[in-house]
Design a protein around this ligand. Structure first.
Ligand SMILES: NC(=O)c1ccc[n+]([C@@H]2O[C@H](COP(=O)([O-])OP(=O)(O)OC[C@H]3O[C@@H](n4cnc5c(N)ncnc54)[C@H](O)[C@@H]3O)[C@@H](O)[C@H]2O)c1
Length: 269
């Protein structure tokens, strides 16, 4: 299926590794120009690799989404580099690093860093890149949320709440920008083997007595079998496939939606 994304300019924030990296690769496979942003300097290496693997222009920028000035500078630099911006993906998130069951395990002061990155980071990105998409005359924004934002996950309440707030914020942005031909959606992965996913296990593991401890593979494997009807992990490429589809004109009537790529983890009716 030709998604018509060749030569489009796609910005992926949180692209050094994990799902963001896979999404940048997904755009590159469609021959879009990709602009990778992350707070980790390893984003330079990731961009080099993607350019070499897919023969597309790929550049990298270091910025921390918590800092609105840095995000604005980054958006200006990207616009100066490629003239216009068509698609923006926000794939950044952190967890609290605490095992939050019950929620009393997570001290109130552990909430703030999570909300700063996962929610305010997205707000900074929307403020910096929204006007650029308006100037382009149309485009898309995609925010990576989570199934945890829809079901009140008991593992990390600050993370879960930040993801619910992100879904709500994305709906506001979708309504506001629709008149500018800009579509805005949230994409919710279920269980993907990444550093972030593993950090949830680490927080759990630290709190268990020795006789209850399990390896990451056993702990997460059990969870996947129990809560995911399809009984399998989601791969970063599964999320990337949906991300590029949503950016394409094939999804031209999809906006303000929360789309789960989760093996059936969440089913609304
Ligand atoms: N892995 C999963 O099972 C899973 C499930 C549901 C949702 N998600 C969502 O998918 C998205 C990607 O997660 P992932 O699993 O690939 O995580 P990851 O930890 O592998 O990647 C996150 C990236 O964000 C970057 N980052 C973190 N804080 C930043 C900041 N302040 N400024 C700029 N960059 C920053 C990191 O350096 C990293 O490259 C997140 O929104 C996450 O909530 C993941």
């Amino acid at each position: 299926m030709d998604l018509g994304l060749a030569n489009a300019k796609a910005v992926v924030i949180g692209a050094a590794q994990g799902i963001g990296r896979a999404i940048a690769e997904g755009f590159a496979q469609e021959k879009a120009e990709v602009l990778l942003v992350d707070r980790a300097a390893s984003v330079f290496e990731t961009a080099k690799q993607i350019a070499a693997d897919h023969s597309v222009p790929a550049s990298s920028f270091v910025a921390d989404v918590v800092d609105p000035t840095a995000v604005q500078r980054c958006a200006d630099d990207i616009e100066a580099r490629c003239g216009r911006i068509d698609h923006v993906v926000f794939a950044v998130a952190i967890g609290s690093g605490q095992f939050g069951f019950p929620f009393l395990n997570v001290a109130p002061e552990n909430w703030e860093p999570v909300l700063r990155v996962n929610l305010l980071g997205a707000v900074h990105v929307a403020h910096a890149f929204g006007p650029k998409l308006i100037a382009t005359g149309g485009g898309t924004m995609l925010f990576l949320s989570s199934v945890a934002g829809q079901i009140g996950s008991q593992t990390d309440p600050p993370y879960s709440a930040s993801k619910a707030a992100l879904i709500n914020f994305a709906q506001c942005v979708a309504k506001d920008l629709a008149a500018h031909n800009i579509r805005v959606n949230t994409l919710c992965p279920g269980m993907v083997k990444t550093a972030l996913n593993r950090s949830v296990w680490e927080a759990w593991h630290r709190q268990q007595p020795p006789d209850r401890q399990q390896s990451y593979e056993d702990w997460a494997g059990e969870k996947v079998r129990k809560v995911i009807p399809l009984g399998r992990w989601q791969e970063p490429e599964d999320i990337a496939n949906m991300a590029v589809f949503l950016a394409s004109n094939r999804a031209r009537n999809v906006t303000g939606q929360t789309i789960n790529v989760d093996g059936g983890f969440v089913m609304h009716w």
